[in-house]
Write a protein that binds this ligand. Structure first.
Ligand code: GCV
Length: 725
């Protein structure tokens, strides 16, 4: 084995130490995520696997292949209760798992794959039962070693899910190129909107101390195809671009590289002033351009495969090109020019709205960005949140999707649950992601889904991407609530294939994480899928949005009306008065509907065709308005709040029955959190209904539980230390 330098050796050494701890510590099952590698108990099935897998034959000696080998060895020996021989040629052996990239395959193995390679891209893989020299083997290959690693994880998943490995034939490639986690992690290890402990990046002890978590983080990401990580918060600190920190970033990138994971950083637009000693950060200024070009060069000298920059500019107080009367194109293209010689990209966020703009906040990003279509450099991705406001429990898809055919748009989902009950509430987010990705923009006629905008198939853009704001922290189980590991997992699966169904993801994740018992999997798949609607029901039913507490965003706060920026106040969004409730975004109101294709705009504009779940997003409706189910609007809202509470109660009773299938630690983690969720669901219901009832002046339907508290009580609650950043 050749080690390029001492640090790589150190990393590998640390890796070897950590490898054994990852899957074998029963106390820390939560830590092992979906890579549990439980022993197969079904005797016949185990025999089938043992017969078909006699040994391992790695082809190539890259670190990636070594990691692939380690993973196979760890997983197979644990699942099949058996040690495996390792060979460097097939000799006369039968039933080997042979894995390596195309360039390392012998002629015989290549011959066994006559038509496969042209069906995959550079990150794709082929898993195939082949017969070579009269012997049967399982071949895992791809055009690159990282493709092979993805194939290895996929192969292991087949066994984890107790499926047959007879006649395997699987070919797959990611549909999206840039599949990144966005960490909103600060250099002091706080995490903005993080609810699972402190940041996993130990900046103080880096670069010399390589926490074994970094390797396990990389393994988990690679296992679902995540290939990028933005290490730092979009509310950026320029210090990350200094040598002192770049040395630490380099150490992390060395850990992640063999797993196919590129490192990205957030670039603070004013960095040339703050750490560069310049007087301006004007993107037209030559010194500024040179400063960024030199900075890019310095980064690439350390990190040859550095991914690029993510930028939040002129948004919520962050500096940007508009400080110098330049626009987003000027800013993004200047950075794109600096990165271009090295193959880097810019992810420029479209999350912009201004307190000086009196138009509906939901319209502002579209108005600002769509006129720039076609003007960004080809290494710029414009990163757009899934909805036009801000990661609400439910939002209609962002009207920018489909409206900028000449610009690659990158999806930004939030995995951390800023507006969905923090890490306390069990909410299965792939259902939300699926709903957005399968929404029809009608940009090129029927069937122009958001997924097709994102994967580039609709407009032939060259660069594609999906980002997820991470929910990962240093809690022992990574996400605070073991069920929320499913959201990290599901994000990865959808970034790989945005058309994967949320049901498939739930089923897979449950099997890999807990048990293959069908009673368990069926009951919990249903529970996970429903959990998404439950949170909408008890927080913001029928299209309500942005009615949470100030600052920390914890709990209900529909009464808040005193914040300096109008569009930060919940009353701006629900507009409840004695006439009714809801934001009129139709032609007679803010006309936000106009930003959608006519077919979609008309559907949202007409109160009769507007889907019930978006009613109050687009319409201000009288309290006695008759809903499609025959109830008055007031009753409908109240019943939805109650339904949400009932759904959480039901989740608790489902989970209680699952005790036989789950270890004590994870069982209790979920159980305790569900009971907090139940309490908080009732809190949302009671506080919101008491507040809105002041305007509706109508009684609650009989089936809605009454609270013993009054509105003043709920309005008096304060949470100065609720997690925020
Ligand atoms: C990182 C919301 C959040 C902020 C976040 C911002 C963004 O406003 O509350 O914490 O900042 O979105 O996405 O930039």
């Amino acid at each position: 084995m050749k080690y390029r330098n001492k640090r790589v050796f150190l990393i590998l050494f640390t890796f070897c130490l950590s490898w054994n701890t990852f899957a074998n510590t029963p106390k820390n099952k939560g830590y092992n995520l979906w890579l549990q590698y439980e022993t197969v108990n079904n005797v016949a099935l185990k025999k089938h696997y043992q017969n078909r897998i006699q040994g391992l034959m790695p082809l190539g000696d890259s670190q990636t292949i070594q990691y692939a080998y380690k993973e196979l060895e760890l997983a197979l020996s644990a699942m099949l209760d058996k040690a495996f021989i390792s060979v460097d040629n097939t000799k006369n052996l039968n039933n080997l798992v042979v894995f390596g990239s195309k360039s390392n395959l012998t002629k015989e193995f290549l011959k066994a794959l006559p038509n496969e390679f042209h069906k995959i891209n550079d990150e794709g893989f082929i898993i195939k039962a082949v017969s070579v020299k009269g012997k049967n083997h399982i071949l895992i290959t791809g055009k690159t070693d990282v493709g092979v690693l993805y194939g290895v994880f996929r192969f292991l998943r087949v066994i984890q899910m107790h499926r047959s490995i007879e006649n395997l034939s699987m070919i797959d490639s990611p549909a999206i190129q840039v599949r990144t986690l966005n960490h909103w992690d600060n250099l002091d290890r706080t995490v903005e909107r993080g609810y699972a402990g402190s940041s996993i990046w130990d900046w103080h002890r880096l670069p010399d101390y390589i926490d074994s978590r970094y390797i396990d983080y990389a393994r988990a990401n690679a296992s679902v195809g995540i290939n990028g990580t933005v290490l730092t918060n979009v509310n950026a600190n320029a210090l990350i671009l200094t040598d002192q920190y770049l040395e630490k970033v380099e150490a992390l990138s060395n850990v992640f590289r063999p797993f196919g994971i590129k490192v990205y950083l957030t670039a603070r637009f004013s960095a040339p002033i703050e750490i560069g000693g310049l007087e301006t950060a004007d993107p037209y200024n030559e010194d500024v351009k040179n400063w960024w070009a030199n900075k890019a060069k310095a980064i690439y000298e350390r990190i040859p495969d550095f991914g690029g920059f993510l930028v939040k500019a002129n948004s919520e107080g962050q500096p940007g090109p508009q400080n110098y009367n330049r626009n987003h194109v000027d800013g993004a293209n200047m950075l794109a020019n600096a990165l271009k010689p090295f193959g880097g990209i810019v992810m420029w966020r479209a999350f912009v709205y201004s307190e000086h703009d009196v138009t509906d906040r939901a319209k502002q990003a579209y108005s600002e960005f769509v006129p720039y279509d076609g003007q960004f450099k080809d290494n710029v991705l414009v990163q757009v949140k899934n909805g036009a406001i801000d990661f609400q429990p439910r939002e209609p898809f962002h009207p920018m999707f489909g409206a900028m055919p000449k610009t690659p748009l990158m999806m930004e989902f939030q995995i951390t649950q800023e507006y969905l009950g923090f890490s306390t509430h069990t909410v299965f987010l792939p259902k939300l992601y699926e709903e957005v990705l399968q929404s029809d923009t009608y940009a090129q006629g029927k069937g122009s889904t958001v997924a097709k905008v994102i994967d580039g198939s609709l407009s032939d853009v060259k660069l594609t991407g999906m980002a997820g704001v991470s929910n990962i922290g240093s809690d022992i189980n990574w996400t605070g609530n073991v069920f929320l590991q499913a959201n990290w997992y599901g994000f990865g699966r959808l970034a790989w294939n945005p058309n994967t169904s949320s049901k498939t993801i739930a089923d897979e994740w449950l099997r890999l994480t807990f048990s293959n018992n069908n009673n368990f999997v069926d009951a919990l798949t249903t529970m996970l899928i429903e959990s998404r609607e439950a949170v909408v029901n008890y927080m913001t039913p029928l299209g309500l949005h942005h009615i949470m507490g100030t600052g920390h965003h914890y709990g209900p706060g529909p009464w808040v009306s005193n914040l300096s920026r109008p569009e930060w106040n919940p009353v701006y969004y629900h507009k409840a008065d004695e006439h009714g409730i809801g934001f009129n975004r139709t032609h007679s109101g803010s006309n936000a509907v106009e930003q959608y294709e006519p077919k979609v705009a008309n559907m949202f504009n007409d109160v009769n065709s507007c889907p019930g779940e978006f009613l109050l997003w687009f319409h201000h409706v009288p309290w006695d308005y008759k809903l499609k189910n025959g109830e008055t609007l007031w009753n409908g809202i109240a019943l939805k709040y109650q339904e949400g509470v009932n759904q959480v109660k039901n989740m608790i009773s489902i989970w209680d029955k699952m005790k036989p299938y789950v270890d004590e630690e994870r069982f209790n983690n979920v159980k305790m959190l569900l009971s907090i969720q139940f309490k908080e669901a009732k809190w949302w219901r009671d506080a919101c209904l008491l507040y809105f009832q002041q305007f509706s002046k109508m009684p609650l339907p009989k089936t809605v539980d009454k609270t013993e508290q009054n509105l003043d009580y709920f309005m008096s609650l304060e949470f100065p230390f609720a997690p925020k950043d």
